[in-house]
Write a protein of this length. Structure first.
Length: 242
């Protein structure tokens, strides 16, 4: 019998048979991991199984390749927070959808897990959450092998006046280095380099750039499926608030 125990973020829930559910979780040591929750549709357990919830998980299976079964206990629910804010609800949906889409099964990403937990704990703080979410997307791209190099201009080598990102290479480009290609480049607002105060307008520009790499580099490399629509819905909700 194989077993492990740890905290995790609930990513998704789907019904399995008459009374059980299959849940997908993200844990620090086990990565994205699925399992059956027997009685998961019951009045006692179903309210616990809300995407984004922080759970204490105990997984068991006879063999490693089996889906196995979870027993779950609540650590903290985030449902109350997201129900009071449309931006928070859209943000939570974007995070869990992207994690489900991007992460390979049962591969540990401890740094990304800790970032994700910290981000979800900020839900409801609408003034700072979009910037935190942007920083999380940058980290997600890095962890998945599609990070951007924003340290110097790919054309001239300068570290000054970096205002664009090459959609082909993910490298920064200076205003001078852009030349005749300026119309084909992506914006590089200071907030994307961790500079400035992170005004919402800059965050919106930066999300356009990270979105390009998520949609046109990461998603095609992972599958034939498009990026989850939850990400676009969050960005749309954020832009409405500007």
């Amino acid at each position: 019998m194989l077993a492990w125990r740890g905290e995790g973020i609930l990513l998704s829930v789907r019904k399995h048979g008459e009374t059980s559910t299959i849940i997908e979780t993200f844990t620090e040591a086990q990565g994205r991991h699925a399992g059956v929750v027997r009685g998961g549709t019951s009045r006692r357990i179903a309210p616990i199984l809300q995407p984004g919830a922080q759970l204490d998980l105990h997984w068991r299976a006879r063999l490693e390749e089996h889906i196995g079964a979870f027993t779950v206990e609540p650590v903290r629910s985030r449902a109350g927070t997201v129900l009071s804010s449309r931006l928070a609800l859209a943000g939570l949906n974007a995070v869990v959808a992207l994690l489900s889409f991007c992460l390979p099964e049962r591969a540990a990403y401890p740094a990304l897990y800790r970032r994700s937990e910290q981000l979800l704990d900020l839900l409801g703080q609408d003034e700072i959450w979009p910037l935190a979410y942007l920083q999380w997307e940058v980290a997600l791209l890095d962890e998945m092998g599609f990070g951007m190099d924003l340290t110097c201009c790919a054309v001239t080598g300068t570290t000054r006046d970096l205002v664009f990102v090459s959609p082909r290479t993910g490298h920064a480009v200076s205003r001078v280095g852009a030349g005749e290609w300026v119309d084909r480049l992506l914006p590089l607002p200071p907030v994307l380099r961790g500079e400035g105060e992170g005004a919402d307008e800059e965050v919106a520009q930066a999300l356009r750039t990270t979105g390009y790499f998520l949609e046109n580099r990461l998603a095609p490399a992972l599958s034939h499926n498009p990026l989850p629509e939850a990400r676009a819905r969050f960005v749309d909700r954020f832009l409405r608030n500007l």
